[in-house]
Write a protein that binds this ligand. Structure first.
Ligand SMILES: *Cc1c(COP(=O)(O)O)cnc(C)c1O
Length: 378
């Protein structure tokens, strides 16, 4: 049995340190925000290369608070992609803004900068590129368009902790960068948590007020805020884990290149690694028109896989009111139909990678294979 993800393996490697860190929080009684959260914020801002990090209680809250801090108002339009985890779009709806989708690039499944201009209207206020699967969207053209149109760029870096774009960390390139520390992410808490990073003092102080009931000082509620505070225990856990993030990301990259090496010559599409950066493989996706059959074959052979994501947001029931139709975003729709995520985590044995690929080869040899998948092998 090869699991899709094994959180136990990582926990066992840092068990003692985690126990000490959690005990220290309990001893201090700083259960919500407090010194550990502050120290993590400092460490994470330093890691990302930004002036500030503001800890919150989830990645979804991070996106919502970032939109509000950036001045997105009801009725404003926010451009993003439909091929993402639903939270990107949820957050836009929380702000009573209107999500406007553009299609993704076929090779990377990230926002296609070439389609941005045509989606901008007089009501457009912000752009949310998503660094899907741990690879950065092509930020230079996105930032250039945003600057010329005076739009705010909020990076959804929930899958890209530590990923690089031209030497800069994911999250540090736009005006604001949003992270999730959901347990399964590259940097995961032991519960829910998130953060927003920014170089803007104004955005950072707006975020600190928004996450804590709109308070600037105790019982001074300047705006209608939220309870989006990070818990002390999560701050302490994340401080421990941040030290290992680069090592774990390197292990993910090693597993990804082993997959690529072994998959060479097989009729499967893999993610196109862009020369502009260093992806951190939150997910190792492949693409094939026979996705469902391959998934069933792997499952029958004891190999767990995932699908990220099976239905693009513009075709979800809850987002029907946005008025999109099937066929409007062909690359997003194709990715949803063809993508399959192989097991990927830092501790995944390399022998398991080989076993997965053996099983894939067996599937391809015993079935017709006249259709090549979407994203080009690279
Ligand atoms: C996980 C994720 C989120 C949401 O984060 P939560 O902490 O689960 O709220 C947002 N966007 C993307 C792309 C994600 O993968």
């Amino acid at each position: 049995m090869i699991p899709f993800l094994d959180l136990q393996a990582q926990y066992q490697s840092i068990r003692e340190e985690i126990a000490e860190a959690i005990a220290a929080v309990l001893d201090s009684s700083q259960y919500v925000l407090g010194d550990q959260v502050k120290a993590f914020e400092h460490g994470f801002a330093g890691y990302c290369g930004t002036a500030h990090a503001v800890g919150v209680n989830s990645g979804t809250s991070a996106l919502h608070a970032a939109l509000l801090a950036a001045g997105v108002r009801p009725g404003d339009e926010v451009i993003t992609v439909s091929h993402t985890f639903v939270a990107t779009v949820e957050a836009i709806c929380y702000a009573a803004a209107v999500p406007v989708f553009v299609d993704v690039e076929p090779g990377t499944c990230n926002l296609d900068p070439a389609q941005l201009e045509a989606a901008i209207t007089s009501r457009t206020r912000a752009i949310i590129p998503v660094h899907l699967y741990g690879q950065c969207a092509d930020m230079d053209p996105i930032m250039e368009i945003a600057r010329s149109r005076q739009l705010v760029v909020i990076e959804d870096a929930a899958q890209a902790h530590g990923a690089l774009y031209k030497g800069r960390r994911a999250g540090s390139i736009g005006n604001l960068g949003c992270f999730s520390f959901y347990p399964g992410k590259n940097l995961g808490a032991y519960g829910e948590a998130g953060a927003v990073v920014t170089n803007s003092e104004d955005f950072a102080s707006a975020l600190r007020i928004l996450r804590d009931h709109g308070q600037s000082r105790r019982y001074c509620h300047d705006v209608v805020g939220y309870n989006y505070r990070m818990e002390g225990i999560q701050g302490a856990v994340l401080r421990v884990k941040l030290k290992y993030l680069d090592e774990w990301n390197a292990a993910r990259r090693e597993r990804a290149s082993e997959y690529r090496r072994l998959l060479q010559g097989l009729l499967l599409g893999t993610l196109r690694e862009m020369p502009y950066g260093t992806p951190v493989y939150h997910i190792f996706p492949i693409f094939t028109p026979r996705r469902d059959a391959l998934q069933a074959h792997l499952s029958a052979n004891g190999i767990a896989t995932g699908i990220h994501y099976p239905v693009p947001v513009h075709l979800q029931e809850g987002y029907r009111h946005l008025g999109y139709q099937a066929g409007q975003f062909p690359e997003a729709e194709r990715a949803a139909r063809e993508t399959l995520s192989f097991p990927m985590y830092a501790e995944l044995p390399l022998a398991s990678v080989a076993q997965v690929v053996d099983s894939v080869r067996q599937f391809l040899e015993t079935t017709d294979s006249d259709q090549v998948a979407g994203p080009r092998p690279s």
